[in-house]
Design a protein around this ligand. Sequence first.
Ligand SMILES: C[S@@+](CC[C@H](N)C(=O)[O-])C[C@H]1O[C@@H](n2cnc3c(N)ncnc32)[C@H](O)[C@@H]1O
Length: 246
Amino acid sequence: MGGKYADICPDTVARLTAQAAARYRSAKEADKAVKTALHQITGAFMTPDELKRARKLLASAGDDPARALSETLALHSSTRERLPHIDAFYDALLGPIGARTLLDLACGLNPIYLGSRGFVVRGVDISGGCIALVNDWAAARGWDVSAECRDLLCDPHLPGADAALAMKLLPVLEQQEKGAAMRLLGRLPAPVIIVTFPMKTLGGRGVGMERHYSEWFEGESRGMFDILRREALFGELCYIVRRSGV
Ligand SMILES: C[S@@+](CC[C@H](N)C(=O)[O-])C[C@H]1O[C@@H](n2cnc3c(N)ncnc32)[C@H](O)[C@@H]1O
């Protein structure tokens, strides 16, 4: 796929193209469906223009890295939402766990922040632009952080870590394939998993999302995970879970 979606993981484009071909007769309709899906699952969170601005910030980060870091994090919707309270948010979330190595699933720009806090991070995302940015920030700052452009629904390989992060990810996965979210959590090579959900839409509306996601996730987790902690932190519904019986 060219243009706006040229840097998306080829496995993702192939997966969505096959689904659309099975569903629509006309090539035009199928192409439109693939573009709509790509917007919903990745493009809506960071646009090509925001990626371009982020590249410029990295190129000029030498003058004032702290400012470049926070302006870069503001260019992906998920890190932008956390930015006003990002240190307090991560202190509260990660502090009690004591993890040093993190597997960040569908990481967006999160590893750029986590690297600046000294964590060892292995990230995965289907956005090639986000992945390149994460790796280039890490190389420029000498962090032990790396990310790969891979589709969590196609590629089973994941590195082990002290904790896995599935932040604002599960609804995006369920939208792509029913049942995929809990299947992924069930095979993570980490003793502890941090799962978060948005409590507002990208447009800023609160529409019963906390109740909806908590009922769904707590129901799905029964018998599979022990919930060690549940808390709404700065507008993000957060869980820390561990596989049951471990
Ligand atoms: C709501 S954002 C969350 C980003 C990050 N976890 C955070 O909370 O800051 C969802 C992310 O999932 C990624 N994504 C969507 N589907 C994916 C898939 N099948 N495999 C890997 N990443 C995916 C998108 O590119 C996007 O960066």
